[in-house]
Write a protein that binds this ligand. Sequence first.
Ligand code: DUC
Ligand code: ZN
Ligand code: ZN
Length: 454
Amino acid sequence: MRRVIKGGLVAVSPEHVLELDIGIVDGVIHRISRCENPQDYDQTIDAGHCWVLPGGIDAHVHLDWDFGDTVTTDDMNTGTRAAAFGGTTTVLNFIQPKPGERLRTLVDRWKDKGEMAWTNYGFHVIISQLYSLWMDELPLLPSMGIHSIKVFTAYPGKLMLSDADLYRIMRAASKSSILTMVHAENGPVIDVIAEEAVLSGKIQPRYHGATRPSILEGEAVFRVGQISRLANAPAYMVHLSSLESVKALGYARQLGARLTAETCPQYLFLNDEVYQSDHFDVAQYVYTPPSRPQDDVLSLWDALRRGVIDIVSSDHCPFDLHGAKELGKMDFRLIPNGGPGIETRLPLMLTAVHNGHITLGEAVAWTSTNASKQFGLFPKKGTLLPGSDADLVIVEQEPPPFIASATTLHQRIDYTPYEGWSLQGVPRDVMIGGQWVIQDYQLIASKSHGQFVG
Ligand code: DUC
Ligand code: ZN
Ligand code: ZN
């Protein structure tokens, strides 16, 4: 099948946004230039008055994740379908071995689940303890197409590693060319603060925000940076939310730490005002880290612009408000931490472009190109160069109105933190591997086209 997309303003890369036509043959971009002979193609798509962008890459999602006593509501089917509606064509999902499970079994199990994915997909493996079987198999992960692991310095007794084990695991990962991704917060101190809050009667969801101070995020970012230097390991800091972290990141890097970092829309578009009410509805903003004061929000935008942080991922980790979140009705510590965002990530960033807050090139860099480079997918993904996979989105420059709502979005969850927001960046058309998945805002593919990116 030969297709040509004509007349769009094409972000070939963040630096090169040009009026071009894109020829696609057998799922791969074969030329970018003015096309004078559309009759050479089987299909011509009019992209006049549209942006054509590399498909979004969401490097941080939790689909079908067992988290404590519950599981995230979206799975590889529903979550990737929602991702596609939001212009994301590749998702990297966190997968966690069951106690005693071999890593190979885990990866095989998830590759089977990947059969239902509408987008391309890859995996990061969560390592929550220094378990000998996992440590023995760690070097084999790259041969299974896995190049990153994730560890936590929060959630003592559940997911948290000691500093000693963090050091051992980072060192082992680095020896096998595996990137360690880190959730950096000082979990033990947070637990003391949260316990004291509950003992003094502060049980409502709003206290989630106040009991996870950003000092303890910055402290952990710096500590992880120093440990990573000693382990001679690069580290990727997930979901940074605060100025404390940005400063810690900068200082650790100055000292020689090889750190990269992401932030997420909930830290760029929301602030701590969401924790002002005593109402249980505030549980929808119980994700970790919490949203921060507006000064932190501004510092994150600034860090993105300066290239200190270079990726915006969703941390899509959905739990129903009138469901799993109610586990914490009487104690905010029991509310499963996480919120939805796989579908709204790119549209929110493109709305910021429409509003003149950021450039189109910046949005492309932060939502696609930089993640493709970080996770070894470039130049097949994250750019629209000849030879790249035809994973792309077409976004109308003057789109029809779209109001974000749990009912208008496709994520399988009963709320969105952006309920009622007007979004201007919802893609009209989405192509994955040369196949149309979304056209004219409708799902048109009858089956999934996702490929494993290993
Ligand atoms: N960290 C994540 O990255 N996702 C969900 C919960 C958490 O703490
Ligand atoms: Zn986390
Ligand atoms: Zn996460």
